[in-house]
Design a protein around this ligand. Structure first.
Ligand code: ASP
Ligand code: MG
Length: 421
């Protein structure tokens, strides 16, 4: 018997009607004699509402208690979805993360899945029942409830598909698939039929909100095809899959915008060994990710360093960096807010030259100033003013001919011959 893992996001189960519609989809698949495991998120805006509730009680709640609270959202959904399935004559059993034994690290509110015990799941599936598993939650070795970070139900679903060796993980959501850019910002964005794990991972990290990046990593590591599609349509969505040679034909497959970034600049630090180590150890201790690191010599013989962070991390960074400056005995900290990052991503970049030039020209023609540039093998990112974000995204989308109706594989950039060996 084939096995599918289906995941329904919060918007796809936001009301009783939607919950029943999701159940009908599960029932149809089950009646085709397939085993079905379903992962579900909290209904609608439940998680946000729970966070607001917590904030009204205590603006700095212990993270363990935040997890205890947030995990309730998914527990409501699994019970209701199981009830909906029973109403359609489909036997189903709901299970929380701890009941399944989805073991995670102990890092509350941002835990990572370490293992999934498949014994109880398989017992239910073998008995012909659909299992309905709470997304986004797990349990530590000593029995603490954890959550996986916002959007973490995707990761539960793909990890479950990997653990159960399912044929596919279908992510049902409120969009038709993965687009060349966020269609709310770029109306002529095109839906992609396929995209590689690497490209999707870059896009997810760079701000395309469709998939949780850890989920894509799991998919890649265990080679689980991930099908992202609309929960109320029958059309195929986007398949996230292993890379194939023709995927390199286009230099860029998509672009993304990440807003609400800030830049921390530390000026006139001592120019000696150990200073960078002190800064980055302090950031690591605070569990903060930084990007776009630039370091250079200051005029008076000291050194300057700057990096980009998410706005919400600034409150933790400021005191941490003040402590580092105090240890150094010199230097000052400056913080800029109101920045965004616009990025282009594509496997084809490995073999095409001129991608950076094309992107920078598009931004220049739109009158947009670039503050900083970072690249990887398959992406180029520019830090810009937040107020330029939407314009920048539209400009690069147009420059790479990503719009609807454009051919997907013809590219006018020069292939880089030296690499094609
Ligand atoms: N309910 C959680 C959230 O809103 C997890 C998820 O939706 O994937 O972040
Ligand atoms: Mg959600």
């Amino acid at each position: 018997m084939g096995l599918s893992v289906l995941k329904f996001g919060g918007t796809s189960v936001a009301s009783p009607d939607l919950m029943l519609a999701a159940a009908r989809r599960v029932a149809d698949l089950r009646r085709q004699a397939r085993g079905v495991a379903v992962v579900v998120s909290a209904m609608g805006h439940t998680t946000d509402e729970l966070l607001e509730l917590a904030d009204a009680i205590n603006p700095h709640p212990p993270r363990r208690e935040t997890d205890m609270l947030l995990a309730t959202g998914e527990q409501v959904s699994i019970a209701l979805l199981a009830m909906a399935l029973h109403s359609l004559g489909i036997p189903a059993t709901s299970m929380t993360g701890p009941q399944v034994a989805i073991r995670t690290t102990a890092s509350h509110t941002r835990a990572r899945i370490r293992s999934i015990d498949t014994a109880r799941l398989l017992a239910e599936l073998n008995a012909g029942r659909v299992v309905v598993v709470a997304g986004f939650q797990g349990v530590t070795d000593d029995g603490q409830i954890t959550t996986l970070g916002r959007g973490g139900s995707d990761t539960t679903a793909v990890a479950l598909a990997a653990a159960l060796a399912a044929d596919v993980c279908e992510i049902f959501t409120d969009v038709d698939g993965v687009y060349t850019a966020d269609p709310r910002l770029v109306p002529d964005a095109r839906k992609l039929e396929r995209i590689s794990y690497d490209e999707m991972l870059e896009l997810a990290v760079l701000g395309a909100g469709v998939m949780h990046s850890r989920a894509v990593q799991f998919g890649q590591r265990y080679n689980v095809p991930i099908h992202v599609r609309h929960s109320r349509k029958n059309d195929a969505g986007t398949l996230i899959t292993r890379e194939s040679p023709e995927m390199e034909n286009a230099s860029v497959v998509g672009c993304a915008l990440k807003e609400n970034l800030g830049r921390v600049s530390l000026r006139d630090l001592p120019n000696k060994p150990g200073v960078d180590a002190a800064i980055f150890n302090a950031l690591a201790e605070a569990d903060i990710n930084v990007d776009d690191i630039i370091q250079n010599e200051a005029s008076g013989g000291g050194m300057n360093i700057s990096f980009t962070v998410e706005h919400r991390d600034l409150a933790d960074i400021k005191p941490a960096m003040e402590r580092v400056l105090a240890e150094c005995g010199r230097g000052e900290q400056l913080i800029d807010v109101g920045l965004s990052r616009v990025s282009v991503v594509g496997l084809g970049m490995r073999h095409h030259t001129g991608v950076a030039a094309k992107m920078f020209t598009a931004l220049a023609d739109a009158g947009i100033n670039i503050f900083n540039i970072t690249t990887s093998e398959i992406k180029i990112s520019c830090i810009i003013n937040r107020s330029d974000g939407e314009k920048a995204l539209k400009a690069v989308h147009a420059a790479f001919d990503l719009a609807d109706g454009q051919p997907t594989t013809i590219d006018t950039l020069t292939p880089m011959r030296s690499v094609r060996v």
